[in-house]
Design a protein around this ligand. Structure first.
Ligand code: PAZ
Length: 363
């Protein structure tokens, strides 16, 4: 497919070819069809009601190193921002489609699933052998429980999982396309931490990558005993790295990753052209954060980039939007976190954001 690219290929066609190539080469998650059916029913239901709907993506994508995956590279994200934001969007009247990394934090249950806030710590044994909330926690638990039940009973929250980068991209593309009829009533709030690099399937080991060559001996015996000719050699010569390693394969692991194509342009121009699109940018170096956020906005022409630094993401974020100065939201020490301000600010603006209208979060 990519061989049809020439120096004359227009940039728009390049994006389409890269998309065809990626989605053709990387298989969809096994539950994609089921998820698409669930998402379609959810979107149609809320669209018919004239309701605003937000797709919140949350958690980190994995990069599998093996097809039968034992080992993978992960992206940082607990899912706090996405799960918290989803609750705020529900509060603001949005239906929420929550596309999250499997087992990362979920709206409502997040209050009781952190390692230091194990849900069992909130319970005690009742007099009759029942289990009840501890007196000091009951009021908050009841509040969260009511909100959760309300979202569930009114079909306001659909939760769908992903694991790997290719799962995520397949799900995102399908859901974004389904959201097209919503027009500007559809908001895409992309808080997931998405891998920039991956191992393409044609260079991915089928089985667990071995750290010793003990298996080679077994395979040779198997080959000698009549296994398919060449099978042992195929295994021995498999290498994730393109060039020949100078240290034997049995002693090292070289991980050679390709860049994941940037699909934000495809999302903005093709998958959901009328939706409001908010992306997040995570960096660790404060000197490049705003520049990278502005670059992303200029390149993809969407509505808003929310930039944050790994070390300060709970206390400050920067809103970067077209034609507006950078706008920092800072939360005073020990007075909540940025999670409390971002979704309200975004939800208050169906149209591209004007930071002048945002609440001033300066300490
Ligand atoms: O999930 P979390 O609350 O631990 O972290 C949130 C975040 C830092 C992953 C998110 O705010 C973010 O910046 N997402 C985009 C990451 C990226 O640049 O791919």
């Amino acid at each position: 497919m990519l061989s049809s690219i020439t120096p004359e290929t227009p940039p728009g066609n390049l994006a389409a070819l890269a998309e065809d190539h990626y989605f053709g080469a990387n298989p969809p998650p096994k539950d994609l069809e089921k998820h698409v059916a669930q998402a379609r029913a959810f979107i149609d239901y809320h669209s018919a009601a004239g309701r605003r709907l937000v797709l919140v993506t949350s958690g980190g994508t994995t990069v599998p190193l093996e097809k039968q995956t034992v080992r993978f590279i992960d992206n940082f994200s607990a899912g706090t921002r996405g799960a918290t934001s989803a609750e705020y969007f529900l509060e603001a009247g949005y239906a929420v489609l929550f596309l999250h990394r499997q087992f990362s934090l979920l709206p409502f249950s997040r209050h009781y699933s952190h390692a230091t806030d194990c849900f069992l710590d909130f319970l005690r044994e009742g007099p009759d052998g029942s289990v009840v909330a501890r007196d000091e926690d009951a009021a908050k638990m009841l509040h969260v429980l009511r909100k959760y039940r309300d979202a569930r009973d009114r079909n306001m929250l659909l939760v769908l999982p992903f694991v790997s980068i290719s799962d995520y991209l397949h799900e995102l593309r399908s859901i974004a396309r389904l959201m097209r009829p919503l027009g500007p009533r559809g908001l895409l709030y992309l808080a997931a931490a998405v891998s920039d690099f991956f191992v393409p399937p044609d260079r991915m080991s089928e089985h667990k990558i071995q750290s010793t060559n003990a298996v080679d001996a077994v395979k040779k015996v198997g080959a000698a005993a009549g296994a398919r000719p060449g099978a042992a050699e195929e295994e021995e010569t498999f290498d994730n790295f393109d060039s020949s390693p100078s240290i034997p394969r049995s002693k090292r692991l070289v991980i050679d990753l390709d860049p994941v194509p940037k699909f934000l342009k495809n999302l903005v121009e093709g998958w959901s052209p009328q939706g409001m699109i908010v992306s997040f940018k995570l960096e660790t170096d404060p000197t490049i954060l705003v520049h990278k956020a502005r670059y992303s906005l200029d390149r993809y022409q969407h509505h808003l980039v929310i930039g944050n630094l790994l070390s300060t993401r709970k206390w400050e974020v920067v809103f970067v939007s077209p034609g507006n100065p950078d706008h920092w939201i800072r939360v005073p020490f020990r007075k909540g976190s940025t999670e409390d301000s971002i979704p309200d600010t975004v939800a208050a603006n169906d149209e591209p954001l004007d930071p002048k209208s945002l609440p001033d979060g300066e300490p």
